[in-house]
Ligand binder design. Structure first.
Ligand SMILES: *[C@@H]1O[C@H](CO)[C@@H](O)[C@H](O)[C@H]1NC(C)=O
Ligand SMILES: *[C@@H]1O[C@H](CO)[C@@H](O)[C@H](O)[C@H]1NC(C)=O
Ligand SMILES: *[C@@H]1O[C@H](CO)[C@@H](O)[C@H](O)[C@H]1NC(C)=O
Length: 536
């Protein structure tokens, strides 16, 4: 039955050249941007009471695959080209545990069934179909490392693997001990997570069949793999091949780039979530914080030296396991600048539902707020993300920007300047208050007098002598993304408006060393909504 549909999807994923299916899909995913959803928390079915969800209760709030499908406009209008949804397979069924109910979907009981809480097989297929009709991709979260139990001697007959011999013997994880992290059980004695023996040949072949069927049946375009580093690395290449689609593993960690980078490549996974970049973004942009942009530059360099391919890493500032950015950093410009960096550097940007609404929960369960309380408002953060997606999608379609490596141009107390392909991004961590006399100067490879447009507000810059660009902060610490004017002509980003066709020289503002000059606003009317909303 799914053959025709799969053919269509494969055509979508395939590139012109003859390459293995997996390589093509990684390449395609590099050009996507992802909106991360916990199915239970994104949207309610029509008629449901929106006041009944308390994240602190650790229980279901009522979101479904159908309600995601009915609210895709909100995601697509922000420019996203893919969604990642929480696990779809059957979870623990039973009394509420000391850690609540499995509304998040990660407490796998039987992977061979869908989770009826979120809908039927047809509902999931309808979501997939609707995404593809919108030319969007579906990424599904899968849990392979473990199942969930309420005792250390569970009844194995309820799981997909029904024999005790297909699991490691119970032992609590000794953190820091590699073997223990691989074979012992996650969780604790209240909610133990029995560890599947992923070296057992029956387990391996069953998982291969399972994942192939899951992907084919539901038209899944990519997988996010939970707790990937707790599975033996050599399990992954066969699993990825069986899946036949791009896989991105959760390899939780900090700035230890070379350890995490070992999980990407032909002997491991196509990609991992970019925890080192996340840690470095916090170092650089959280206010108050260390604001160490050198640490960010260092991580960027190390990633390019250690990862097989940085352009397919999953970049993020938030997810359901870490504090909301707005909990750590209240100044919105902190988030906007870090967000702009995340979109303009190597990797696939991932935004966790609710960040665009300034949600500020800290740890689990407070960082899993229901999105509907926001009224799906077009907040300044939402508009900023929409703008970044628009610019990134445009660059991807009109240049080879996405495969170019990011280079650091400058690191200073005020921020960081980077260049990827033709784009110069100047990001600051000074925060919202205007700072007259404060600026960030970067030396670009552009010839003096080259016209660049700040695509965040359509302001025109002209490159000064020796390639210098000087960004001033008289309107506060806003993100600046400079693209050659010629590259934008004819496109949807900052089209020249009739009134500004002849930019008057009178608006010149030579800065201290006659470096770069702002000479006028291009099509600022086009951006009125955005700029008005952005507190500038
Ligand atoms: C900033 O990060 C760099 C690189 O990681 C490190 O060497 C330096 O000590 C850090 N500086 C501060 C002030 O923490
Ligand atoms: C951070 O999260 C905690 C727990 O949700 C909350 O009590 C606190 O008010 C939050 N802080 C901010 C600044 O939002
Ligand atoms: C800072 O500069 C802006 C624009 O040049 C000006 O409007 C504002 O009055 C200045 N503020 C201070 C405190 O000097």
């Amino acid at each position: 039955m799914p053959t025709l549909k799969r053919l269509a999807i494969w055509t979508l994923l395939a590139t012109q050249t003859v390459v293995p299916a997996f390589a093509a899909s990684a390449e395609q995913w590099a050009k996507r941007s992802i909106y991360q959803i916990i199915t239970d928390r994104f949207a309610l079915p029509p008629g449901a009471d929106p006041t009944k969800c308390d994240a602190g209760e650790h229980t279901w709030c009522g979101g479904t695959w159908n309600s995601i499908r009915q609210n895709l406009d909100y995601i697509q209008n922000a420019g996203f080209t893919a969604i990642w949804i929480s696990p779809v397979n059957q979870n623990y069924v039973g009394p509420k545990t000391p850690y609540g109910d499995p509304y998040h979907g990660y407490w796998i009981q039987d992977n061979s069934q869908l989770n009826a809480r979120f809908g039927t097989a047809d509902d999931l297929k309808a979501l997939s179909k609707e995404l593809h009709a919108r030319k969007m991709f579906l990424m599904v979260d899968v849990v392979v490392n473990n199942v969930m139990a309420t005792s250390t001697s569970p009844d194995y007959s309820k799981y997909m693997f029904k024999d005790k011999s297909m699991y490691h013997e119970y032992c609590p994880i000794q953190w820091g001990n590699h073997d223990s992290e691989q074979t012992c059980w996650f969780g604790d004695d209240k909610v133990p997570l029995p560890d599947v023996d992923t070296k057992n040949p029956t387990v391996i072949s069953t998982y291969h069949t399972w994942v192939r069927e899951l992907v084919e049946e539901y038209g899944i375009d990519g997988l996010r793999i939970d707790a990937a580093k707790h599975v033996n690395k050599d399990f992954w290449p066969g699993f990825v091949e069986a899946a036949g689609v791009f896989c991105i593993g959760e390899v939780y960690g900090g700035m230890e780039v070379n350890t995490i980078a070992q999980w990407q490549g032909p002997a491991a996974l196509p990609s991992v979530l970019n925890y080192p970049l996340y840690a470095a973004l916090k170092e650089a942009f959280v206010i108050p914080g260390t604001r160490n942009t050198s640490a960010l530059a260092e991580v960027l360099l190390q990633e390019q030296q250690n990862f097989v391919d940085t352009t397919v890493l999953g970049n993020f500032m938030e997810n359901h396991d870490v504090p909301r950015w707005h909990n750590m950093s209240v100044d919105p410009q902190s988030m906007y600048n870090a967000m702009a960096f995340m979109f303009m550097t190597d990797g696939i940007p991932i935004v966790y539902a609710g960040q665009e609404q300034y949600f500020s929960g800290n740890s689990d369960p407070w960082n899993r707020e229901p999105l509907w309380v926001s009224g799906y408002a077009r907040t300044p953060a939402y508009e900023l993300i929409a703008r970044l997606n628009l610019v990134r999608n445009y660059l991807i379609h009109s240049t080879d920007w996405v495969t170019q490596p990011t280079n650091v141009l400058t690191v200073s107390d005020n921020g960081i300047g980077v260049m990827k392909g033709p784009v110069v991004s100047v990001l600051t961590n000074i925060g919202s208050p205007p700072r007259n006399g404060s600026s960030l100067a970067v030396q670009s490879p552009y010839e003096s007098s080259t016209a660049l447009i700040d695509v965040m507000n359509c302001r025109q810059f002209v490159v000064g002598s020796d390639g210098w660009l000087d960004v001033e902060y008289t309107k506060g610490g806003v993100a600046t993304i400079l693209v050659p004017r010629d590259l934008l002509s004819g496109g949807p980003i900052c089209p020249p408006s009739p009134s500004s066709q002849n930019v008057k020289g009178g608006q010149k503002q030579p800065s201290n060393g006659v470096r770069a000059t702002v000479i006028g606003d291009w099509a600022i009317g086009f951006m009125a909504l955005l700029t008005g909303a952005m507190m500038w």
